[in-house]
Design a protein around this ligand. Sequence first.
Ligand SMILES: C[S@@+](CC[C@H](N)C(=O)[O-])C[C@H]1O[C@@H](n2cnc3c(N)ncnc32)[C@H](O)[C@@H]1O
Length: 329
Amino acid sequence: MSSADIPDIPVEARAGVHRGPLREGEWVRLTDTKGRRHNFELVAGKRFFSNKGHIDHDELIGREEGFTVTASTGGEYLVFRPLLSEFVVSMPRGAAVVYPKDAAQIVAMADIFPGASVVEAGVGSGALTCSLLRAVGPYGKVTSFERREEFAEVARKNVDQFFGTPAGETHPNWSLNLGDLQEELPRQQIRCDRLILDMLAPWECIDATADALYPGGMVCAYVATTTQLSRFVETVRAHGGFTEPQAWESLVRDWHVEGLAVRPGHKMIGHTAFLVTARKLAPGQRAPRKTRRPAPGAYGPDYTGPRPADMPAPEPVAEVLPEVGSDLD
Ligand SMILES: C[S@@+](CC[C@H](N)C(=O)[O-])C[C@H]1O[C@@H](n2cnc3c(N)ncnc32)[C@H](O)[C@@H]1O
């Protein structure tokens, strides 16, 4: 089969990927022998410059990806279309992005399915948006909220670039809204299957989330610190309209595999964020009471956060002061 006969991915799939020869207007990723990467859009007649000389875009257009090209002063580059996981860590950022390892967890563990109606906030740089749009497919819908206009603009450009959306158009399965999620959800009367929160204070969105999710739907929060994790989980518990929240983090370690030298890689991303999921109960329903009691002191006098309904605050213990004139004077 010649490269010209390779069928492209159907445009209706909205995959953000092409097969077959590289074409003008597509983005490519060049990787040098030291692993340094350069991403750029192919434009006929244009030149790519680096410290290893230049390469004409016309040398790349029309070729099957996965080849080595030599720059004018001898440097070699491997040429591929960027994968989504490569694109999101190299694209321009407004806010911190959800890393690919966590996006994969969100898609799998928050059960993002083809045809789903998914809400996310904040959109930040649009990294997670790309994974969500891919996972819901052409019959699904992703509704994104962002309170900061300048971040929404960055996200729009990144999503448009990845999916190759024509200028002046928006990905047909995406709507990007400016505003605070907790205000916009009730105002727009949105209902959804899955709701993903990646923001500083996701607990502020729990009431609006509970009203928006269909029974059986899922909320998933991505939080960076243990204090956020605790506050979010306890707010979900105290709300009462969800199942017991599940919290976890994922650690991914590369391995070096070379002959007899098979060992863990020296570097890893130690911490990105924690994930929490919970499912929405039917209206007026409560999850069965937990049979296991919380750890002693978990909700003791020093705990000041939100409390589950069956865990009232303990009576304050009166402080015993020594009597005036006692031996302790
Ligand atoms: C860490 S970024 C999100 C990154 C994004 N998920 C990504 O993968 O690129 C958090 C964003 O949430 C936005 N934000 C915070 N609270 C919000 C709220 N209540 N409603 C909408 N956006 C909010 C912030 O402006 C910020 O852009």
